[in-house]
Design a protein around this ligand. Structure first.
Ligand code: CU
Length: 117
């Protein structure tokens, strides 16, 4: 069990294997990502909370320490891609945010960020 948890964390953190990461984020018996229509941006409580650890504008990624997410992802620290790099302009490490992810790729891309005050 520890090995499985560790490899999931590694896959999630490195982001070097998008397909694998996507598989790891598809929870059996939970929400099925594949085949869902993409047209519904904001279901009611699809926002998770996180703390920004790092912003990388060159890569278009933001590293978040997040709690358990509505899509079933357990608490962890990981690098997310962002849908639009311009989203990163106002962000920096240490900010608390609420964010939404795109179910189309298993929740690996942040589509929306709101600062928490
Ligand atoms: Cu995660």
């Amino acid at each position: 069990m520890k090995t499985i948890t560790l490899s999931l964390l590694v896959a999630c953190t490195t982001l070097s294997l998008p397909t694998l990461a996507q598989m790891n984020h598809t929870m059996p018996g939970g929400m099925v990502m594949a085949g869902e229509p993409m047209g519904k941006p904001a279901a009611k409580s699809d926002m998770g909370e996180g703390l920004i650890k790092k912003v990388d504008i060159a890569k278009g990624t933001v590293t978040l320490q997040h709690g358990a997410l509505p899509n079933g992802m357990p608490p962890m620290t990981m690098a997310y891609k962002v849908k639009d790099v311009a989203m990163l302009d106002k962000l920096h490490a240490g900010q608390k945010i609420r964010f939404a992810t795109d179910p189309a790729d298993g929740g690996m891309t942040v589509t929306k960020i709101e600062l928490v005050k």
